[in-house]
Design a binder for this molecule. Structure first.
Ligand code: NAP
Length: 356
C-alpha cells in the first residue's frame, strides 16, 4: 500500500512549529526507549511483544478473523488503506467508508489483486457532513450486516480555518464529530452483534500524540467555530484530544451498560502520508533535505503505521481492555486532559447537542 502514501515524501515541506514538535516527539521517544517502550530504531519490544517497528501483518500474524465484519473510515489512503488490507487478509469482511468513491475503488482493487479471497466493499461517507454520516449508517444498518469492529481512522490535519457543511470547524467536525455520530448510529448494531456472535465488539479510534499540543483548556467549547484565535495545529491537537476523550467516555458508558463492546484510542506513529498536505510550506531545500534524512530514519512506513490499529482491533491480548490509549502496539498514557473524565463527559454532552 506504499503507493497510497505521498508519492514523493522528499517534497514534504515542514513548518518551524512542526519541526519543534517533531523534535520534542523524538526526545520523548528517546526517553520512552530508556524507560522500556522503545523507539523503533532500537526495535525494543514492549510488554505486548511488539515494538514501533512491528508491522500490521506481524501483530496480527496467525489470527483468523473470518467471522468478523469491520468498518474502516478513511480507507482510501495511508494508514486506513493498509488497515483495510491487513484486516481483509486476516479474513475480516471490510467495509471501507470513503468520501471519494474512485479512490476507494482503486484501493479495493489493489487489495483484491493481492488477496483474491478478500471481502472488501466501499461505501460513500463524508465525515464532515452529518447528513452523509446518517446516510451511511442507515444504509449499512438496513443492509442487515452485522458489525464487530469500527475503526474510526479518517482525518485531516492543520487545515486553514474552514467550516464544514454543518458550519462546524472542519478538523473538529471531521476528526471527532462525524465519528461521534457514526459511532452512536452503529452502536445498537454492534451491541446486538456482540450478543449474537458471542464475540467482543471493538471500537478503535485513531488519535495522535498531537493531542499534547492543544488549546489552554483542552477543548475550546465556547469558541469551537471561531476564526479568532484559531490555530491550525492546536485545532488538530484539540480534535485528537477529542478522539481520546470520546473513546474513554464511550468505554465508561459501555461498561456501565454491561455491553460486550470495548472502545480504545491510539497513536499510530509518525508516517509520511497525505495527511501532511496542509502543512505550512517553507521553501528551504536544506531544511527539507534534513527532514527527509531524519524522516527516513525516524518515521514509520504505512505497514508499521497500521500496526497499532490492527493490534487493538484483532489481538487476543487486548480482549476486555477498554478506555485505554495505545502506541506502538502497547499500552500508553495520554496527557492529563486525555484522562480527565469530567472533560470527557462535557465533550459528550456538547457533541450530543451538535448532532441533534
Ligand atoms: N500520518 C501520521 O503521521 C499520523 C500521526 C498521528 C495520527 N494520524 C492519524 O491517522 C489517521 C489516518 O491518517 P493518515 O496518516 O493515513 O492520512 P491520509 O493518508 O491523509 O488518510 C486520511 C484518510 O481520511 C480520509 N478523510 C479525510 N477527510 C474525510 C472526510 N471528510 N470524510 C471521509 N474521509 C475523510 C481521507 O480521504 P481522501 O483520500 O479522500 O482525502 C483519507 O482516506 C488520521 O486520523 C490521522 O489524524 C496520522
Amino acid at each position: 500500500m506504499r503507493s497510497r502514501t505521498l508519492q514523493n515524501p522528499c517534497r514534504i515541506r515542514i513548518s518551524p512549529r512542526f519541526l519543534r514538535s517533531f523534535l520534542t516527539h523524538k526526545r520523548r521517544r528517546r526517553r520512552q526507549a530508556r524507560e522500556g517502550s522503545g523507539m523503533w530504531l532500537f526495535k525494543k519490544n514492549g510488554p505486548s511483544g511488539f515494538s514501533s517497528s512491528s508491522t500490521a501483518e506481524q501483530v496480527t500474524s496467525g489470527i483468523d478473523a473470518s467471522s468478523l465484519t469491520a468498518i474502516v473510515t478513511g480507507a482510501s489512503s495511508g494508514i486506513g488503506a493498509e488497515t483495510a488490507r491487513v484486516l481483509a487478509v486476516r479474513g475480516v469482511n471490510v467495509v471501507m467508508g470513503v468520501r471519494n468513491m474512485d479512490s476507494g475503488k482503486k484501493v479495493r482493487e489493489e487489495i483484491v489483486k493481492q488477496a483474491p479471497s478478500a471481502k472488501v466493499d466501499a461505501m460513500e461517507l463524508d465525515l464532515s457532513s452529518l447528513a452523509s454520516v446518517r446516510k451511511f449508517a442507515s444504509a449499512f444498518n438496513s443492509s442487515g450486516r452485522r458489525l464487530n469492529l469500527l475503526i474510526n481512522n479518517a482525518g485531516v490535519m492543520a487545515t486553514p480555518f474552514t467550516l464544514s457543511k454543518d458550519k462546524i470547524e472542519l478538523q473538529f467536525a471531521t476528526n471527532h464529530l462525524g465519528h461521534f455520530l457514526l459511532t452512536n448510529l452503529l452502536l445498537e448494531n454492534m451491541k446486538k452483534t456482540a450478543v449474537e456472535s458471542k464475540k467482543e465488539g471493538r471500537i478503535v479510534v485513531v488519535a495522535s500524540e498531537a493531542h499534547r499540543a492543544t488549546y489552554p483548556n483542552g477543548i475550546r467549547f465556547d469558541k469551537i467555530n471561531d476564526k479568532s484565535g484559531y490555530s491550525s495545529y492546536l485545532a488538530y491537537g484539540q480534535s485528537k484530544l477529542a478522539n481520546i476523550l470520546h473513546a474513554k467516555e464511550l468505554s465508561r458508558r459501555l461498561k456501565e451498560e454491561g455491553a460486550n463492546v470495548t472502545a480504545n484510542s491510539l497513536h499510530p506513529g509518525v508516517i509520511a502520508t497525505n495527511l501532511f498536505r496542509h502543512m505550512t510550506l517553507i521553501s528551504v531545500p536544506v531544511v527539507s533535505g534534513v527532514i527527509e534524512a531524519v524522516g527516513k530514519l525516524a518515521f514509520k512506513n504505512v505497514e508499521q503505521g497500521a500496526a497499532t490499529t490492527c493490534y487493538v482491533a484483532l489481538h487476543p491480548q487486548v480482549k476486555g481492555i477498554s478506555g485505554e490509549y495505545f502506541s506502538d502496539s502497547n499500552l500508553s498514557k495520554p496527557t492529563s486532559f486525555g484522562q480527565d473524565a469530567a472533560l470527557g463527559k462535557k465533550l459528550w454532552d456538547f457533541s450530543m447537542e451538535l448532532v441533534k
